[in-house]
Design a protein around this ligand. Structure first.
Ligand code: ZN
Ligand code: ZN
Length: 161
């Protein structure tokens, strides 16, 4: 987890403002407020089903449809970032959290965050070369993490014995 970035509004305030600014004003419902508070308690990478399971376990009453609809709006409002990893779609904080990239373990599904100034420089250069205005990007390295590699090695060694 990376250190948070200072922001002027709370995620709740920012989301309320987004709903108010829609062509057809939308109400900020109790379920949505619970969701925003819950999601912004801690930085995490989660998919919709994980969020529903965890919130239900913690005693919240949220409907699937509301969760799916609200996640989409939270991305639209700039509060969450969506990460497409094969068939799964993960979400994480974007608002109040620094730009970063990911290593994704295909065995244990762990997501490791990293920042690298060299990589940022390269992406800036590429955009400049193409006169391209970046709005965002996702850079995900898929593979196997140190722990899973160790487990694999151990298993291989045991198989040899
Ligand atoms: Zn792993
Ligand atoms: Zn992340």
């Amino acid at each position: 987890m990376l250190p948070a970035v200072a922001v002027s509004q709370s995620p709740e305030e920012k989301f309320r403002e987004y709903l108010m600014s829609r062509p057809k004003q939308q109400r900020f419902t109790g379920q949505q407020r619970d969701m925003v508070r819950y999601i912004f308690q801690k930085h995490n990478h989660f998919d919709a089903d994980q969020l529903i399971d965890e919130m239900k376990k913690d005693g919240y009453d949220v409907s699937r449809a509301t969760v799916y609809r609200t996640l989409k709006k939270l991305v639209d409002a700039g509060l969450l970032r969506k990460l497409d990893i094969g068939p799964r779609k993960y979400f994480e904080h974007d608002y109040g959290y620094p730009q970063h990239e990911h290593l994704y373990c295909v065995i244990c599904h762990k997501m490791i965050e990293f920042q690298h100034p060299g990589l940022e420089g390269i992406m800036r250069n590429v955009c400049q070369q193409h006169n391209f205005l970046e709005q965002g990007h996702s850079f995900i390295i898929r593979g196997t993490c140190a722990e899973c590699n160790r487990a694999k090695m151990t298993k291989r060694r045991l198989d040899l014995v």
